[in-house]
Structure formats: structure tokens, C-alpha cells
Write a protein that binds this ligand. Sequence first.
Ligand code: ZN
Ligand code: ZN
Length: 283
Amino acid sequence: MKNELKNQLRQQDATALAQGYSPAIRAMEIASIVSFIGLESALVWRLWGNAHTGPWLVLSALLLGYLAADFVSGLVHWMGDTWGATDMPVLGKAFIRPFREHHVDEKAITRHDFVETNGNNCLVSIPVAILAVALPHTSASWVFVSAFLGAMIFWVMATNQFHKWSHMDEPPALIGFMQRVHLILPPEHHRIHHTAPYNKYYCITVGWMNKPLAMIGFFPAMERLITWATGAIPRKDDIGTEAALELFEATAAAEPPVVQAAKELLEATTADEPKPVSPVRPS
Ligand SMILES: [Zn+2]
Ligand SMILES: [Zn+2]
């Protein structure tokens, strides 16, 4: 009997580990959230009493921070989706697996509570929060840098929450409104990423950076650079070697949309031939 119980316990533990979510990780997440809120509050308190702080400085820091967080969310998401394998030591279970799982079971995120949703991003933001609080707030530039960093990590913290809401069938009314006016990540916008082969629209804070990054072919260019440097094939672990290779060859030949658009514009302006008149169709 005792042995049976022991086996069961070990099994449960193994399952928790396989999912990358154990009581120890949860405790660390709670500690991260508490530390993050403490540091952000300290930053607000420091900035509040500073003579250089004004409404325009705060507004521009919040807006630039939002764009920066959106970009960072895209970059990290792209790394998690594209490189490495779930069976890699340490990184595989803790970092890569959730990204792969999210493409297979995209509703899992809606079942995560506040701590599981937001703990990770609080943890990675803590060093930046310490830096923002510790900066010498002696000039307007320093105060701006500090406010920008504080705003950026605030939006980084909010990213998983916005992402989670975009996967909910019925988000709260106010959230639904903010999604419709595209102030946070709208579900139909994020759907573009969830379409196989999952190789575009990685930004998941608000998604404002997705279109510009797609236009300049940012992620395909980064992938070519990394493949050239390391020989690794992007998305091999996510969609399988065959599909990944095929996709890689197809995107390697493609030009970024902005180059295509420029070429089309150039052709349109240099073409002096009048357009052929379309024949009148008999009714
Ligand atoms: Zn993804
Ligand atoms: Zn998603």
C-alpha cells in the first residue's frame, strides 16, 4: 500500500514537472509578482516627486513603452516559436514547451489563473525595474529613460493578460470594447498568427508592430541570418522537418512586401503605355 502511494506521488510530481509547473515555480511566480508591484510602486513614487516629471513626459513614455513592449513580445514569441526543441535541457521544458503547446492547445492559456498568466513576465522584468528605480533622476533625460523603462515593463507584464483575453470566447465587456477599437490585442488580429505555419504576427501586446515588421520582412531576415550563422532550420521542432524545409526555401526566395510594393509603384510610374480599353461586354 505504501509503495503504491509512493508511486502515485512520484507520478503526479512527474506530470507537474512535464508541464513545467510545480509548487516551487508557483511560489517563485508569486514572489515575482509581489516584487514587481513593489518596484513599480517605488518608481512611481520617485517620479511623482520629481520636478522633471510632467504630463507630456509621462504620456510619451507610456506610448513609446507600449510600442517597445509590443516589439519585445514579438521578438521573444518568435524565438520561442522558431528555434530550439522541447527536449532541450532546462530551456526546453521551461521556455520552449509553452510556445509549442500554445499552437496545439490555444485555449489552455484561458484556463491559467492570474499568477500563472503573469508570473513569468514579472520575473523577467525585475532587473529592468531595479534599473529604472536606481537611475539617477537628476535631469529630464534620465527621468524620461526611467519612466520609459517603467512603462515598457508595465506593458510587458500586461502582455500575457492581453494575449489571454484575445483567446477568450467571451471576455469582459470593457475588454471586448478595447479589443474592437484595437487598444489591446484584438482576437481576429491575433488569429493571423494562429494560422499554420505560424510564421507571422508574433507581437501579442497590442499588435501595432505586426504590420510594419511584416512589411520590412523583419523576422524572415532574422531567420536567414541565424540559419546562415548556425545552420539551424527555423520551426523544425514546431511543424516538422519536411514542412520547415519547404517553408524555409519558399521564404528565402521571397522579397519583403515593402520591396515588392516599391517595385510595383516603380513599374506603374514608368509604364507609359496607355491601359488597353476593356471591350464592352454585351448584356
Ligand atoms: Zn506562436
Ligand atoms: Zn495566441
